[in-house]
Design a protein around this ligand. Structure first.
Ligand SMILES: NC(=O)CC[C@H](N)C(=O)O
Length: 358
């Protein structure tokens, strides 16, 4: 059996079965989702993280590219109770170390009790616990990855749906999931995917009807260029954001963000819309949250479990952002109408998004 070690912050080392060799380090996170491993593994938001699947069997319906959110695997390593060969073959081709036969319940309980932590991974015939501890030693805190956007963003602008009849969306790519682009294209928008560090002139060049800040990895405080765009454009242009996007928009308009203990990580996170009283099920994977929305934004949706902001709307500006993933993939599709609400802002519809009654 190939040796495999996971060194946790504090020095505790777990042993598992090595499935894909290599060494890695990152912030240890989890997802409780029981489907959607292809989507999660290709979500750029997991850059510099090690992903633990708490659902015990991962890979039982194969690996199909059409379900990928990006063209590469983003977590630095993968931990599970049992991985199928379809998944380990794929991770091997991507050079991403993988370990199974782990007590993932113990790992998730540790993260829940102690909060997000660093970890070091070592897998291979000759590796020792010390190799994993060495990785742990070298692991940086998430907020110290100060230019993480550069690792996941397009380098040059890319246009999708140039012939579409709908609004022009400038999507600032801080690590955008493919499903966000698809959701906009399905609604006839033209989507200009722009680098995470674009400046005002780059955005003006595509003459946007909506400025949209994507999801993405790391600490929202490290995306100052995107925040500067929000500050500039919000006076005249509707602004939208998803996950990291919500956090960046809030910071740009005078709000604050903070790190959560272990975040929201699964596809069954209940969200209450404060105006309609309706609860929707949502997909989430984030470790930061908006602490204070500031004077220009209002919290309109909250997480039922911990009351943290899940939906934020502009008071005097046309702004709607969501902390969860309305595009689903994986997860429930209760909130796809967010994209209709975003594009409706262009037609002067009220910026305040209220989910339709069933
Ligand atoms: N999915 C995301 O966009 C994650 C946002 C941010 N990196 C966080 O962890 O909170």
């Amino acid at each position: 059996m190939t040796a495999a070690y996971v060194a946790l912050e504090g020095g505790h080392v777990l042993e598992g079965r090595g499935r894909v060799p290599g060494t890695a380090r990152g912030e240890l996170v989890f997802t409780t989702a029981y489907t959607g491993y292809e989507e999660s593994l290709t979500d750029p938001s997991y850059e510099e993280q090690v992903l633990t699947f708490s659902y015990p069997l991962i890979g039982n319906y194969g690996v199909r590219e059409e379900r990928f959110e990006d063209d590469q695997v983003h977590p630095r390593a993968v931990l599970a109770k049992e991985l199928t060969e379809d998944v380990t073959d794929w991770l091997e081709s991507e050079g991403v170390p993988a370990i199974d036969h782990l007590d993932t319940r113990e790992i998730v309980t540790d993260i829940r009790d102690q909060g997000a932590m660093k970890c070091g991974i070592a897998v291979g015939d000759d590796v020792t616990e010390d190799d994993a501890l060495e990785q742990l030693e070298a692991c940086k805190a998430m907020s110290d990855h100060t230019d993480i956007g550069a690792q996941v963003s397009v380098e040059e602008p890319v246009v999708h749906g140039a012939d579409n009849d709908g609004p022009n969306v400038a999507l600032v790519d801080c690590g955008a999931k493919g499903s966000i682009i698809d959701s906009l294209l399905e609604r006839e928008a033209t989507v200009h995917v722009l680098p995470y560090d674009s400046d005002v002139a780059d955005v003006e060049a595509v003459d946007p009807d909506v400025l949209f800040i994507s999801n993405g990895p790391g600490d929202p405080a490290n995306y100052e260029d995107a925040a500067a765009l929000v500050e500039t454009f919000v006076e005249d242009t509707p602004v939208a954001g998803i996950c990291l996007g919500q956090q960046i928009v809030a910071r740009a308009l005078g709000g604050t963000t903070e790190k959560m203990t272990f975040g929201h990580r699964g596809v069954n996170q209940p969200v209450l819309d404060l105006e309609s009283g309706r609860v929707v099920m949502t997909t989430q994977n984030h470790g930061y949250t908006v602490a204070d929305p500031g004077d220009h934004l209002e919290v309109t949706q909250i997480n039922v479990n911990d009351d943290t902001p899940e939906g934020i709307d502009g008071i005097e500006y046309d702004v709607i952002t969501r902390q969860y993933h309305p595009e689903a993939n994986p997860g429930p599709e209760d909130t796809l109408d967010f994209f209709d609400d975003v594009l409706a802002m262009v037609d002067g519809e009220p910026h305040r998004a209220v989910p339709a009654d069933d």
